[in-house]
Design a protein around this ligand. Structure first.
Ligand code: PXL
Length: 257
């Protein structure tokens, strides 16, 4: 009998499957990891954008998480769009209660089309309650800028932001630089050294790249890879999925995970 490693995603539902919970599950599957999934929030969206967002009742969210974790222990977990600060506190409580390890945080703040995916107080809550419990955080340039107050123009500010983000309690910081001008640079900082991966920019508008990247890191941690190995594999996996992205609807391309 094959024994699967297990990864959990706590993220928003994207019915179009390009981002969020559904993209995370597809990524786990591709990486050969068994996926658990808890929706944090529901979105009404298609490839053209998000039209509505629905919170789950907080007690129900807590119950979903507690019921699952009483039974199954994930080898790694990730959080994506959390939307509400209440949910953030519940997740932090469950991580402590069940002594979960290998937490990857993708601090989702906005959609690729620019729509806000947060309620007031969300960035502060993620910083305060979740960063200190995390193994890796994977903000993109915009998220790293908002979370640190540093206006990131290039690699120098990316490094400054990574250092500051690590001071908030994350063990390792990965800033994904696909949104910068020029080459696409992803940067890892683990408190000792910086590691950068530089690639040619891939032209086009893609949806769900941050989700695919952080889900790959999570799957790799579940499989027992080091964070640096996970970084390289996630960069490679995401770029390949971008190169063969396809159009399912009228809007953004869906990654070929
Ligand atoms: O790409 C960020 C993201 C994450 N999670 C959900 C989303 C989006 C972007 O739209 O809808 C559920």
């Amino acid at each position: 009998m094959k024994m699967y490693k297990i990864a959990l995603t706590i993220a928003g539902s994207d019915p179009a499957g390009g981002a969020g919970l559904q993209a995370d599950l597809r990524t786990f599957q591709r990486m050969g990891v068994y996926g658990l999934s808890i929706p944090s929030v529901l979105t009404a969206q298609n490839t053209e954008g998000v039209s509505n967002i629905l919170d789950l009742p907080v007690d129900f969210f807590s119950d979903q998480t507690g019921t699952l974790l009483k039974d199954i222990r994930p080898d790694a977990l990730k959080t994506g769009m959390l939307y509400s600060p209440d949910i953030v506190e519940i997740i932090a409580g469950k991580i402590k209660e069940f002594s979960l390890e290998n937490l990857v945080i993708d601090p989702v703040l906005a959609s690729s089309t620019g729509a806000a995916l947060t309620k007031e107080g969300l960035p502060e809550a993620v910083k305060k309650y979740l960063f200190p419990l995390s193994k890796v955080i994977t903000p993109n340039i915009n998220e790293a800028s908002v979370l640190t107050g540093i206006a990131i123009q290039g690699e120098t500010e990316m490094k400054d932001a990574a250092v500051k983000l690590r001071d908030y309690g994350a063990e390792t910081v990965i800033v994904t630089g696909g949104h910068l001008q020029g080459k696409a640079v992803d940067l890892l900082f683990d408190g000792e050294e910086f590691l950068t991966l530089e690639n040619e920019r891939l032209e086009g508008e893609f949806h769900g790249t941050g989700c695919a990247f952080s889900a790959t890191v999570t799957a790799c941690l579940a499989l027992g890879y080091s964070v640096k190995e996970a970084f390289v594999k996630a960069n490679d996996f995401t770029r390949n999925a971008m190169k063969t992205a396809f159009s399912a609807g009228r809007g953004m391309k869906i990654l070929n995970i």
